[in-house]
Ligand binder design. Structure first.
Ligand code: HEC
Ligand code: HEC
Length: 214
C-alpha cells in the first residue's frame, strides 16, 4: 500500500473525529448559554401523570440553580471549596474547617472581601466577595449528591440548620450568599434566571407538597 493510499484512508477518519469533537464543544457552549437565558416560571411547568409529578418537576427546574457551580463551589462534599465552572479544587489549597472560615492566619477573609474585587491585568477577572464569606457546613454538602439527595437534605431540619420549609424558602429568596450567585463578579457566569424567579419556583414546589425526585 502506498503512503498516499494510507493517508487517504486515515485522513477522513481524523477529519470526522475532529468535527465531532468541535461540535461536541459547540453543543456544550450552547447548553451553558441556555442555562444563562433563564428559568421557567411555575406556570410553564405543566403536570404530567400523578399530582406529585408537578412538584417534582418544579424542583427539577429550580435545581438548575441549586446545582449551578456558583452554589456548588460553596457546598462541596468535603471541607474544601471548589472554583470555577469546572468546580476544580480551590487554589491555593483551602481547608475550611469546622467554622467554615478556614484556618487561623489564612481565613477566607484574607482574600475574599465584603464585595467582589475586580482585578486588572489578571487571568482571574475578580476575587468573589460578600459579608461574611465562608463555606457551607458539612451537613449541607451537595457535591456528589443526586437531585433527590439535595432535595432530601433541604427538607431535613437535622441537616438544614433547623429550618422549616418556609424558612428554606426565605433563605433561598433572600440570603446574601445565595444572592451573590447572580452577581458573581467579573469573569464569572451568573446562576440561571433571577433570584426572584428561583424563589417563585421554590414557593410553588413547597405549595405542591415539596415532593423530591428519585
Ligand atoms: C489566598 C487567597 C484566598 C483565600 C485565603 C481563600 N480564597 Fe477563595 N478564592 C480566591 C480567589 C483568587 C478566587 C477566584 C479564583 C477564580 O475565579 O479562578 C477564589 C474563589 C473561590 C470560590 C469560587 C467561586 C466560584 O463560583 O467560582 C469559592 C467558593 C471560594 N473561593 C471559597 C473560599 C472559602 C470558603 C475560603 C475560606 C475557607 C476561601 N475561599 C479562601 C482566593 C482565596
Ligand atoms: C460563599 C459561599 C456560599 C455560596 C456562594 C452559597 N452558599 Fe449556601 N450556604 C453557605 C453557608 C455558609 C450556609 C450556612 C448558613 C446558615 O445556615 O445560615 C449555607 C446554607 C445554605 C442553605 C440552607 C441549608 C440547607 O439546607 O442547605 C441553602 C438552602 C443554601 N445555602 C442554598 C444556596 C444556593 C441555592 C446557592 C446559590 C444560588 C448558595 N447556597 C450559594 C455558603 C454559600
Amino acid at each position: 500500500m502506498t503512503m498516499r493510499r494510507i493517508a487517504r484512508l486515515i485522513l477522513p477518519a481524523v477529519t470526522v473525529s475532529a468535527l465531532a469533537l468541535a461540535s461536541a464543544i459547540g453543543s456544550t457552549r450552547a447548553d451553558t448559554a441556555d442555562l444563562g437565558r433563564g428559568l421557567k416560571s411555575p406556570a410553564e411547568i405543566v403536570p404530567t401523570g400523578d399530582p406529585a409529578s408537578r412538584s417534582r418537576a418544579l424542583f427539577t427546574e429550580a435545581a438548575k440553580v441549586l446545582t449551578d457551580p456558583r452554589c456548588m463551589n460553596c457546598h462541596p462534599a468535603d471541607r474544601q471549596p471548589t472554583q470555577g465552572d469546572a468546580m476544580r479544587p480551590h487554589a491555593p489549597f483551602m481547608q475550611a474547617g469546622e467554622s467554615g472560615f478556614g484556618q487561623p492566619g489564612l481565613n477566607c477573609n484574607s482574600c475574599h472581601r465584603t464585595e467582589n474585587t475586580t482585578l486588572v491585568g489578571s487571568r482571574i477577572g475578580s476575587v468573589p466577595g460578600a459579608t461574611p464569606w465562608l463555606l457551607a457546613p458539612a451537613s449541607m454538602a451537595w457535591q456528589g449528591l443526586t437531585l433527590g439527595g439535595i432535595c432530601q437534605q433541604l427538607k431535613d431540619p437535622a441537616r438544614n440548620g433547623g429550618r422549616s420549609l418556609a424558612q428554606i424558602h426565605t433563605h433561598l429568596a433572600e440570603d446574601h450568599l445565595v444572592a451573590w450567585a447572580w452577581h458573581p463578579g467579573e469573569g464569572r457566569r451568573p446562576a440561571p434566571g433571577t433570584q426572584a424567579a428561583f424563589g417563585a419556583l421554590i414557593a410553588a414546589w413547597i405549595e405542591t407538597g415539596a415532593e423530591c425526585p428519585p
